[in-house]
Design a protein around this ligand. Structure first.
Ligand code: NAD
Length: 278
């Protein structure tokens, strides 16, 4: 079913995809492209890819069943321009933002493109942290449009189901609202919290005294800055709307604390806690 694939961006997600594909599709040939020679060298050493390049022209005449984009989302349209003449049945991605980006990629790549987003990952980045089986039991969102070719969509669905993912379809703009709220906002808040503690650490190093609560809350602030800069900017509109609601909630609780309104504070906290216990 899958004989030859190309993964562009052989970092944590690209590398995890390669390892997972290799396990599930026997005799699969895996090619990689990355910005950095060093990444290609490491990926070959770790048997993540069979062959890799930094130069796109080396692969122009090779036929692929599928090409996956696994670089930061703001690089996608430039990469799509570079591979528009590549021979591939399907071109897909692992990007965390969809929305108008899907339509821009469709514009460049035509019906070969079908967008996707694996809801799996960690705060780690880089090919050396790749995990075989990362996508097992995780959700994979396909974001078709009215232009999407049905056979290619089914083909993509088949690949991710073989990797053990539960595949769900979602409209690209709805995807960005949903993940803007449940993923992008929490990352932004985690980065801000760490920044706040740094700001308050002028006289005493507060990081020395952090415990489980702080670590649980801020693990995701160890994530790659370039990847998250791209997500924040590409999904800026949804993120800013969600942030507005977050600020309103924060101000509400701030007022209750300032005015010492005990019962209302308990009600507020109970309301939040109950959402998680459902
Ligand atoms: P990463 O930093 O580990 O890997 C990115 C790789 O892309 C690096 O090897 C980098 O050298 C390479 N790269 C950067 N720009 C490039 C370019 N212009 N051309 C070629 N190579 C380039 O990041 P990651 O965590 O693997 O994330 C990759 C993608 O997966 C992002 O689009 C992200 O939104 C998405 N994603 C990440 C997670 C996660 O938990 N990390 C989860 C779901 C989706």
């Amino acid at each position: 079913m899958l004989k030859r694939v190309l993964v562009i961006g052989v970092g944590f997600m690209g590398g995890s995809l390669c390892l997972s594909l290799r396990e599930k599709f026997k005799d699969l040939e895996i090619f990689g492209i990355d910005l950095k020679e060093e990444v290609i060298r490491r990926a070959k050493e770790l048997c993540v890819i069979d062959e890799g390049f930094t130069d796109y022209s080396r692969l122009r005449d090779v036929s692929f069943d599928c090409i996956f984009l696994a670089t930061p989302v703001r690089t996608f349209t430039d990469i799509a321009q570079r591979i528009r003449d590549f021979k591939a049945y399907l071109i897909s991605d692992l990007g965390s933002v969809k929305g108008s980006l899907v339509y821009r990629l469709e514009e460049i790549l035509g019906e070969r493109f079908v967008g996707g987003h694996p809801i799996a990952g960690t705060e780690k980045s880089g090919v050396e942290n790749s995990i075989r089986g990362l996508f097992e039991g995780k959700r994979f969102i396909i974001t078709p449009t009215e232009r999407t070719d049905q056979s290619r969509k089914e083909f993509l669905k088949g690949i991710w189901e073989r990797l053990g993912s539960e595949v769900e379809e979602m409209e690209p703009f709805l995807h960005d609202f949903v993940f803007g709220v449940v993923s992008h906002l929490p990352h932004l808040v985690a980065f801000c919290l760490v920044d706040c503690v740094r700001e308050l650490s002028r006289e005493i190093n507060l990081f020395k005294y952090t415990g489980g609560g702080f670590k649980d809350f801020t693990r995701i602030a160890k994530s790659d800055p370039v990847m998250w800069k791209d997500i924040f900017l590409e999904n800026g509109e949804n993120l800013l709307k969600a942030l507005k609601t977050f600020k309103d909630s924060l101000e509400k609780l701030e007022e209750l604390v300032r005015e010492g309104r005990e019962e209302e504070i308990v009600e507020y906290l109970k309301g939040a806690r109950e959402c998680l216990l459902l």
